[in-house]
Design a protein around this ligand. Structure first.
Ligand SMILES: Nc1ncnc2c1ncn2[C@@H]1O[C@H](COP(=O)(O)OP(=O)(O)OP(=O)(O)O)[C@@H](O)[C@H]1O
Ligand SMILES: O=C(O)C1=C[C@@H](O)[C@@H](O)[C@H](O)C1
Ligand SMILES: [Mg+2]
Length: 168
């Protein structure tokens, strides 16, 4: 089974995805890391050198490669992945999708304690800009995220909550 974790930057896709893969003895694929390895440069460099539009095409192709080549894997997607092309339909057809619906205030709080320079959409933002950006972006993206087959909408955001979705 392929399980895609979706949600905003900072919702915990990478952190929870790694734990879930270990628990299920599945492979773990982080879409951002997969792209960085394939391209030989960081996400920030891709944005800087070629812009977001090109990044979204690279991201779409990487997602197609993963759907075609992995069988039992947890895939932590990028925060924007569900919102471009028909990526949501591709993931729903290829496996199970789980939206980590973490409130904007939690996310902004977590992100404010992390390194923003690796996240090009957040780099250089002040604390108050970060809080408004997260709130507004989540509101815009919700229509895409909400197409997930499963939604974890309240704490605790733990792997037990994810395992319970599949009665595992
Ligand atoms: N359940 C949690 N409780 C508290 N903090 C958490 C939790 N999950 C993740 N974090 C922290 O939040 C930050 C972002 O988590 P993580 O990198 O897993 O998010 P992400 O969804 O993969 O984000 P991105 O889309 O930017 O890759 C990290 O600093 C992580 O330690
Ligand atoms: O939310 C987003 O649009 C992004 C999230 C990250 O995972 C990266 O994919 C990139 O920084 C863009
Ligand atoms: Mg991540």
């Amino acid at each position: 089974m392929l399980i895609f974790l979706i949600g905003m930057m900072g919702s915990g896709k990478t952190t929870l995805g790694k734990e879930l893969a270990t628990e299920l003895n599945y492979s773990f694929v982080d879409l951002d890391a997969f792209i960085e390895e394939k391209e030989g440069r960081t996400i920030a460099q891709i944005f800087e050198q070629e812009g977001q539009e090109r990044f979204r095409k690279i991201e779409r192709e990487a997602l197609q490669t993963i759907v075609a080549n992995y069988k039992n894997a947890i895939v932590a997607t990028g925060g924007g992945t569900p919102c471009f092309f028909d990526n949501m339909a591709l993931m729903n057809a290829g496996g199970e999708t789980i939206f980590l619906d973490v409130p904007a205030e939690f996310i902004a709080q977590r992100l404010s304690q992390s390194d923003l320079s690796t996240r090009p959409l957040l780099a250089g933002k002040t604390q108050s800009e970060l809080f408004s950006f997260v709130g507004e972006t989540l509101a815009e993206r919700r229509q895409f995220y909400a197409q997930a087959k499963h939604i974890v909408a309240r704490p605790p955001y733990t792997i037990d909550a994810l395992l319970a979705l599949f009665s595992l």
